[in-house]
Design a protein around this ligand. Structure first.
Ligand code: 13P
Ligand code: SF4
Length: 328
């Protein structure tokens, strides 16, 4: 269907949001796709949830809700829409489905995985429990529904310390991200048993690289995600979840900033703040980048691929997610 006058007014307004980061020849390709998605979204009574790592044309132009994993889980639990499209990775879509059993939850490319989620299975968690009898299991949301189903409670990078302390125990297993678990251990008296999972995007940053950037860019402020290795976190000025990193930059407005995380996040913030210079080492998440305007449109049109979780797994996995949401 050709764009209507209303579509054109809407996309003109949207272009104002992204003009700092999307050149006009590129926008000409995105514009009709954005108009078609926004039309279809209304027809389907659908909501699009987008993680902070989605590209600006998705994040700023078709998403209804954006944020970190915790915000997306919370907002998924609250939505009245009949269809939820997760512009993110598979575990995020599974979390949305756990909280919305009756709704259609779509993931535009069902191969959008995560190296952390792939690092551990439900069977591994059962083995850990046998090795550490009675020690509660806290699983990062970056895990499969099978792993969540074997866990006592979930956490995200923004509430991990509170979740660990909420259990009132002196020892917990926090899996699968070793670096996040070590970072949490530094902030609590609770003993933290870790797993050897890593994020393939964040593990590539090094402390030496940060020092080189500081030498090259005077007054550089470095903000990092807790999935980065310990020497990187030590060399940083602020550590937080993706949403906390975004808030930090918007609130503090440093003259120059290096965001140690997936590269689309700097683009998304740069679209909104004008006085900050972003220094950008670009580490892409290949899984997040599987989501495109084209496959979002296709998912809305066909209502596929859908996320389904066997009810036997969903019951206990949901309990672990809901228990986390009750903490923070
Ligand atoms: P956040 O919960 O901080 O958004 O992190 C999710 C993620 O996948 C980071 O790599
Ligand atoms: Fe997983 Fe890392 Fe990609 Fe986040 S950035 S989805 S943790 S692989």
């Amino acid at each position: 269907m050709p764009p209507t006058l209303t579509d054109t007014r809407e996309t003109d307004r949207l272009y104002e949001r992204v003009m700092r980061v999307i050149p006009s020849p590129e926008w000409l390709i995105h514009e009709p796709k954005i108009a078609a998605i926004n039309r279809l979204k209304r027809d389907r009574n659908a909501v699009i949830l987008a993680h902070n790592y989605q590209t600006p044309e998705i994040y700023h132009c078709v998403a209804d809700i954006v944020g970190d994993s915790l915000a997306l889980a919370k907002r998924a639990a609250e939505t009245d829409a009949e269809v939820i499209v997760m512009a993110g990775v598979y575990f995020m879509a599974e979390t949305a489905k756990l909280l919305n059993t009756e709704k259609i939850v779509l993931i535009p490319d069902d191969r959008a995985g995560c190296s952390l989620a792939a690092s551990i299975s439900g069977e591994d968690v059962r083995r850990l429990r046998a090795t550490y009898p009675g020690v509660p299991v806290v699983s990062y949301v970056n895990t499969s529904a099978d792993v969540k189903a074997e866990s006592d409670i979930c956490c995200t990078s923004s509430n991990a310390v509170e979740v660990v302390e909420s259990l009132g125990r002196d020892r917990v297993i926090l899996l699968p991200d070793e670096y996040l678990a070590n970072h949490v251990a530094k902030q609590t008296d609770v003993e933290v048993i870790t797993w050897h999972g890593h994020c393939e995007v964040h593990e590539r940053f090094t402390g030496d690289e940060i020092r080189d950037y500081r030498d090259g860019f005077e007054g550089l402020v470095v903000v990092a995600h807790p999935e980065c290795p310990p020497d990187v976190l030590e060399a940083s000025d602020f550590v937080g979840s993706t949403a906390q990193m975004v808030d930090y930059v918007k609130t503090e407005t440093p003259a120059r900033v290096l965001m140690l995380t997936e590269c689309s996040m700097s683009d998304n913030v740069a679209a909104e703040v004008s006085d900050v210079e972003f220094v950008r080492p670009c580490n892409l998440c290949p899984h997040m980048k599987r989501i495109t305007l084209d496959n979002i449109h296709r998912a809305l049109e066909t209502l596929e691929p859908r996320v389904e979780i066997p009810e036997t797994v969903a019951v206990t996995a949901r309990h672990a997610v809901e228990r986390m949401l009750a903490v923070r």
